[in-house]
Write a protein that binds this ligand. Structure first.
Ligand code: IPE
Ligand code: IPE
Ligand code: MG
Length: 235
């Protein structure tokens, strides 16, 4: 089985999973968060080099105060636990998105986790927190415009690879496989630039039930795909 170099996952369906069990949405997030820890280990065991997960979007602030507060509490404990996981898996962790909207202690935990794990290189794990692809592109364009205004960059030098240096994912190869759990068939503002040639896999399985067997199923499906990048495959 050919293992994708980079897998991106939209972790969806925690709320519906909990509701189906007669439990509050927050219970789904707790179980979803625990599943993320396990999947991280599985991804490492399978030999995948890059993993990116969508954990909180720029639009998710629209949820009830109770749900957002519950998620913030969960991020606090998860970011702490993630240090152990980084140590165990020799994984470098990077948060993509705009952390400035989070409480100062969460921003500090993100900084500590990134600093702590910065020399590991067996798995590169990106967590999208307060992430939106449009927001990422607009923030990038703002920085780029500032560099032009400061005379550090001339407009003629702006090409695709130059622009990528202004994205949160700078230096990370584009995902080969994007998985979205729980049945929705949309991107919801996730990595719109980076997913240009990525293979998509959608499953009805909700995130808290997405375990290693499901991951292997997705990778097997990926192996059946005929990736072309606009060319024609040689017979
Ligand atoms: C994904 O599960 C987790 C976050 C967006 C934080 P949801 O909370 O979107 O669960 P559903 O889609 O409502 O079931
Ligand atoms: C996308 O899921 C964001 C995350 C998984 C973090 P949502 O559940 O927020 O997306 P929509 O609202 O169904 O499009
Ligand atoms: Mg959802």
């Amino acid at each position: 089985m050919r293992v994708p170099n980079h897998i991106a996952i939209i972790l969806d369906g925690n709320g519906r999973w909990a509701k189906a069990k007669g439990m509050p949405r927050g219970y789904g997030h707790i179980k979803g968060c625990a599943n993320l820890e396990t999947i991280c280990d599985d991804i490492k065991d399978l030999g995948v080099k890059y993993l990116t997960v969508y954990a909180f979007s720029t639009e998710n602030w629209k949820r009830s105060r109770e749900e957002v507060e519950g998620l913030m509490k969960l991020f606090r404990s998860y970011l702490k636990k993630c240090m152990k996981s980084a140590e165990k898996n020799h994984m470098r962790v990077k948060v993509i998105g705009d952390p400035s909207a989070f409480a100062p202690d969460i921003q500090e935990k993100i900084r500590q986790l990134e600093e702590f794990s910065k020399d590991y290189d067996e798995l590169y794990f990106q967590i999208a927190l307060n992430y939106g692809s449009r927001d990422e592109i607009v923030r990038g364009v703002r920085k780029l415009a500032q560099d032009v205004a400061d005379g550090k960059l001339v407009p003629d030098a702006i090409d695709e690879s130059c622009f990528e240096n202004y994205l949160d994912t700078v230096g990370v190869p584009d995902p080969d496989l994007m998985i979205r759990t729980s049945g929705e068939l949309r991107l919801s503002n996730f990595l719109m630039w980076q997913l240009a040639y990525t293979e998509f896999y959608f499953t009805d399985v909700p995130w808290p039930d997405f375990h290693k067997e499901e991951l292997i199923k997705a990778i097997e499906k990926y192996n059946e795909r005929d990736r072309r990048y606009g060319g024609v495959k040689e017979e």
